[in-house]
Ligand binder design. Structure first.
Ligand SMILES: NC(=O)C1=CN([C@@H]2O[C@H](COP(=O)(O)OP(=O)(O)OC[C@H]3O[C@@H](n4cnc5c(N)ncnc54)[C@H](OP(=O)(O)O)[C@@H]3O)[C@@H](O)[C@H]2O)C=CC1
Ligand SMILES: CC(C)CCC[C@@H](C)[C@H]1CC[C@H]2C3=C(CC[C@]12C)[C@@]1(C)CCC(=O)C[C@@H]1CC3
Length: 346
């Protein structure tokens, strides 16, 4: 029963991965809503009044237990970056580490766990249009990141147990963007600066979701505040997007042009680029003991750039009243303005 730990304040929470892009936006919003926040992360990237930092690896249960003292709500937003492509690291952090997080939460008397999963858990490199949460998990995940995010989500949802007093939910955002994002805009600009953003992969008509970070934060907090024993959201996964599918290449062009770069113009056949990306990836695996090179166009990125992948968030609308708080155009404008150092010529 939830009354097992009555002394814990419902406004005291922990954000695991709170030094990262999404985690820090979440922490800032939580503070604004009157929460007291403990951040647990492998690194400390900022200081803020009202935040206690605990630096440590989430695979270390003792370190977690210290950070979770008196905490009733945990947001789990930590993961190695997809670009690392390090199988052992993903398994250790996303699978074993998540098991450790769940054990520590149980031992510390935490009542609610909100996982940041990913809509990619159902993406296998083929088109997804208006995908709902009942789509099966990818049988052939396209990379180790996706493979371990699937196992992580399963673990967290299975841990939901009203009798034991632990409620869990998984939020699945897609293509998060916004100020301070270390992936999407920096990789895009780096590729453009090297002269490799001239081409459109496929015919350019594929629709995808990109989600402004504030909308993800809104979905995370909404789910935490809706998570009660009688709520329909217990033990379930929810897509959280901007609910405005956009052509992948229009979105990329808006960011590039906004930052003073040219939009890609020439089309290349999807299968050709995907085949080349696969070949390069295999080569990088074979040659890694001799030379370390990381291809920009990985099979996952090519699939994301050339296929439809947009998701329905009607379940989140229905069960928790979710509605995006920032529109796509506004999100793109705010993002572009936040990267003066990445502008062309800067
Ligand atoms: N960005 C996106 O488009 C999407 C992200 N997600 C999910 O959202 C979550 C947040 O992603 P995002 O903010 O983009 O990622 P970031 O890399 O910016 O944030 C993740 C944070 O977790 C930290 N971390 C990594 N390993 C450990 C560990 N062993 N112990 C403690 N902390 C650790 C990272 O540190 P360090 O940087 O040193 O590794 C980083 O500070 C992730 O779970 C991701 O899978 C889901 C869908 C889309
Ligand atoms: C070089 C270009 C073809 C593409 C540059 C932009 C990409 C770096 C990004 C476009 C879609 C993004 C995306 C993710 C990471 C960055 C992109 C590939 C995720 C894989 C991040 C983690 C997730 O859970 C899913 C995301 C899907 C979209």
């Amino acid at each position: 029963m939830l009354s097992l730990y009555p002394l814990q304040s419902s406004k005291r929470c922990a954000v695991i991965g709170g030094s990262g892009f999404l985690g820090r936006h979440l922490v800032e919003k939580l503070l604004g809503k009157g929460y007291t926040v403990s951040v647990f992360d492998i690194r400390q990237s900022y200081e803020l009044p009202g935040v206690t930092f605990h630096q440590g690896d989430l695979c270390d249960k003792q370190a977690l237990l210290t950070a979770l003292q008196g905490v009733s709500l945990v947001f789990h937003c930590a993961s190695p970056a997809p670009a690392s492509d390090d199988k052992a690291l993903f398994q250790r952090v996303n699978i074993q580490g998540t098991q450790t997080v769940l054990q520590a939460c149980t031992e510390a008397g935490v009542q609610k766990v909100v996982l940041t999963s990913s809509a990619s858990v159902v993406f296998e490199g083929t088109d997804i249009k208006d995908g709902r949460e009942d789509l099966p998990y990818a049988k052939n995940p396209i990379d180790y990141y996706t493979e371990t995010k699937i196992e992580q989500e399963k673990l967290v949802l299975k841990a939901c147990d009203k009798e034991k007093g632990l409620l869990t939910v998984a939020i699945r955002p897609h293509g998060i963007f916004g100020p301070r994002d270390p992936q999407l805009v920096p990789i895009l600009v780096d590729t453009a600066r090297r002269g490799n953003m001239k081409f459109i992969i496929g015919d350019g008509s594929n629709l995808v979701d990109f989600t402004f970070v504030d909308n993800v934060v809104h979905g995370l907090i909404l789910s935490a505040e809706s998570l009660r024993p009688e709520s329909p959201i217990c033990g379930k996964a929810y897509h959280i997007t901007n609910d405005e599918p956009v052509r992948f290449w229009d979105f990329m062009s808006d960011i590039l042009v906004g930052l003073g770069y040219s939009a890609p113009r020439y089309n290349l056949p999807y299968t050709l680029v995907y085949g080349l990306a696969l070949l390069l990836w295999l080569l990088s695996l074979l040659l890694c003991p001799l030379v370390a090179f990381k291809p920009t166009f990985t099979p996952m990125r090519v699939a994301l750039a050339g296929k439809h992948h947009f998701y329905s968030c009607s379940r989140a609308k229905q069960d928790m009243g979710y509605k995006p708080v920032v529109g796509l155009k506004d999100g793109i404008r705010r993002t572009v303005e936040s990267y003066p150092h990445l502008r062309h010529g800067a």
